[in-house]
Design a protein around this ligand. Structure first.
Ligand code: PHE
Length: 342
């Protein structure tokens, strides 16, 4: 019996087989238990020999069962450790690192340069009322400039005859909002997204502008010129620039000027500050008295300059990018080609 059970136990394949063996040997009706029950029918002499022998056998089988059970658990753990083995000497996996989009970079650079000149930053909503986007900027009801702006209008429910909201067509409405909030004197720049229904190599329906506004009791075009020169030098990292102020017209400035910078194109490389080409970068002028009034500013005491510059446009110039649309394609290959992504 002893040899039989010890051999079976050490050959058992799993815990279920062990349990079966336990029942078969030392369970209530197990082979060893039955023999122990028959001790009663033996003579005292026989019992004295068989009793301790059977008890010892029972103990031995029980501890063999327990030992085998532990060794099975150990083996299982060994297996698991083998399969979950971790090679701490492997080199780490490279994960791509995100980068700042070129438009965001330029946005931040422009903000920083004007901050150095004492301009604070203001922002306004991208969905505007037509009061802020047009009327307050001296473009009443049927002003032709409204039609020229390729405006996106929001839809109003039938019977709702309030004027529709618009996606702002420029950052100039933030001029009015800033006047209302801060009064005069003040210096702000307002970077942000603007929208016009237009699409070609140099136009996308969403683009970016930065508005500048300076109000005080003694401000002239000369201040505007100085600020813009300082900005262009800092932004394009050149010591000298030449700006050209071309007389123009905007309903919200009088006089108005569009500003070009002297540059050259050679081998697709743009050089700012030299050459015979001129590139337009912004619209500007002295804030129209009606606009000051709409913003609640006393036009007999304060005057100021304003400008609106295309952020995307100066980004294209700085990095020599011919197609504006590529900025918004999210094509990693393009971003890498221009060094904007790792
Ligand atoms: N808002 C004008 C535009 O989008 C630019 C501009 C701003 C012109 C401020 C003059 C003064 O074209």
């Amino acid at each position: 019996l002893r040899e039989k059970y010890l051999a079976l136990i050490s050959a058992a394949a799993d815990e279920a087989a062990l349990e079966e063996l336990r029942v078969q040997a030392v369970g209530k009706k197990g082979e060893i238990s039955l023999q122990m029950r028959s001790l009663g029918k033996m003579s005292p002499e026989e019992r004295q020999v068989a009793g301790p022998a059977l008890n010892a056998l029972k103990d031995e089988v029980n501890s063999a069962l327990t030992a085998r059970k532990f060794s099975m658990a150990d083996a299982a753990l060994e297996e698991r450790l083998k399969s979950e083995w971790l090679d701490v000497t492997l080199p780490g996996r490279q994960r791509p690192v995100g980068t700042i989009h070129p438009i965001s970079q330029v946005w931040e650079e422009v903000t920083a340069i004007f901050a150095d000149m004492g301009f604070s930053v203001a922002e306004g909503p991208q969905i505007e009322t037509d009061w802020y986007n047009f009327d307050a900027l001296n473009m009443p009801g049927h002003h032709p400039a409204r039609a020229e702006m390729d405006t996106f209008y929001t839809h109003r429910a039938e019977g709702d005859d309030r004027p529709p909201h618009v996606l702002r067509t420029h950052t100039s409405p933030v001029q009015i909002r800033s006047m209302e909030k801060m009064g005069a004197p003040m210096r702000v720049i307002c970077p942000g997204r603007v929208y016009r229904a237009d699409y070609d190599q140099t136009h996308t329906p969403m683009f970016h502008q930065v508005e500048g506004l300076a109000l005080d009791t003694d401000i002239s075009m000369a201040n505007l010129k100085w600020c813009l020169e300082e900005f262009v030098k800092a932004f394009f990292e050149v010591d000298d620039v030449e700006l050209r102020f071309r007389a123009s017209h905007f309903p919200f400035t009088e006089p108005s000027a569009e500003v070009d910078i002297r540059c050259s194109w050679a081998d697709g490389q743009l050089k700012v500050g030299e050459g015979d080409d001129w590139l337009e970068i912004l619209g500007s002028g002295m804030v129209h008295p009606k606009v000051l009034a709409a913003g609640g500013i006393d036009a007999s005491k304060y005057q100021g300059f304003a400008f609106g510059m295309g952020i995307d446009r100066i980004a294209m110039l700085k990095y020599g990018i011919p197609d504006l649309r590529a900025f918004f394609d999210s094509d990693l290959r393009w971003l890498r080609h221009y060094g904007f992504a790792a």
